[in-house]
Design a protein around this ligand. Sequence first.
Ligand code: MG
Length: 524
Amino acid sequence: MNRLKKINIAIIGSVFLLFSACVSTKPVAMNKITFADNSVVAHRGAWKKNGFSENSIASLKHAIELKCTGSEFDVRMTADDSLVINHDPHYNNLEIEKTTYANLIKFKLSNGEKLPTLREYIKAGIENNTSTRLVCEIKPSEISKERGQIIATKVVQLFQKLNAEHLVAFISFDYDILKKIKEINPTVSTQYLNGDKTPEQLKIDGINGADYRFFVFKNHPEWIESAKKNNITLNAWTVNETADMDWLLANNFDFITTNEPELLFERIAQFKASYKDYKLVWADEFNYSGLPDSTKWNYDIGGHGWGNNEKQFYLEKSLENSFVKDGKLHISALKKTYENMEYTSARLTTYDRFLIQYGKIEVLAKLPEGKGTWPAIWMLPETIRTDEEEWPLCGEIDIMEHVGKDQNMVHVSLHSELYNHIQNTQVTHFERLADVSKDFHLYGIEWTTDSIKFYIDNNLFYEAIKGENGKVATNEGWPFEKPYYLILNLAIGGNWGGEIDDTIFPSEMQVDYVRIYQSKINEN
Ligand code: MG
């Protein structure tokens, strides 16, 4: 009897082995994957618009249909070691880690689906998928740190077993879970969620991405730059508002995790459309070091106060006043007597190098802080240099002005013979932004034959229209139909800059890039 029983067990055992072998070696229908060239990661799948359950297979399939570059989901482990997909530690008031799989699946998801297992989820994620990453969040165990490590190991092994490692990016709040994953498979992609590590630290620890709550990047704008420098991917969650999406798009994030993938696709289309009618005709990305490129930049020189009683002397080719370093142009004002002035600074222009009439001009800049500073990004026409016209008849376009005595208040203005600041009739708009001296902001204009739109971070800030509100539309009132050149300078004191705090020096404006686009429409 014992012998017979043993044989039965042996048969059952080999059948089981055979079955396991079939599962592990069974070729899964593999599609060629080229991850979609967008930044859209559907948070818990694309569920919201169609009323699917979060983390359901339906929400994953819809994210794949939308061609999101990623679809995120959360993995937990049941009391009997089944890996299931659920965000919260509880499912229908049952604590997942302390409940068996059989007891959990007695309850359906709100869309009628069974609570998916990780195996089912991966299989659904492979099917008909040619462009969507599976962004797999491994939830730490609430029972023990060790159990978290076991869950991580099992999850990675299952992806391996189902030949789906090339599809997955692992994310977790638990740094040790990510380190464990790297130990098992150093080539698989990992992103950290908790927001308390610098990109440099992630790089040292072999973690591939910073997937942080949106406001972490707002508080640490320098991490955006250092992530790019260190090849750390940037992902922000959970981004559902238009303005936040636009900010992340302008900052060129690799991934944006959202409950509103459809809205994000719209914003991306809009973002692309704002460049589609333009071609880049002139740029300085400041990817060199030393003096500003002399083929692109000229200097205005001197200490005559420039009509505003300013207190600086602008120097030419002075490495301490204008230099390119670490990918940025620095325009630096110093407390240093030069001739009859108490401060030195620089005023760079594209005069004699590049002129533009109509188009899109963008300057990504960080402004100095402190009383007395007066940085400006602005334009004057060629006619003032050739003595054909004097100011203000010639016209002036101020893309950005800021005075340190009124921190974060950004001004844009147009000046003409009839409407100018001397008479206090200039066309102007100002608003207070957050952190202009901490963050780089994109200051730009879109200039056409009959309007100038001012943008900050690609958001419309102000639009001036030729002849609006009964204004004169000839050269006296709209002198913006001639070639202009760009000026970047940091003035100190003067009629507007005012009282100077001498403790702030050296004080500098930094410029990440200048890009000038010609409109394809206005091309003849
Ligand atoms: Mg999650």
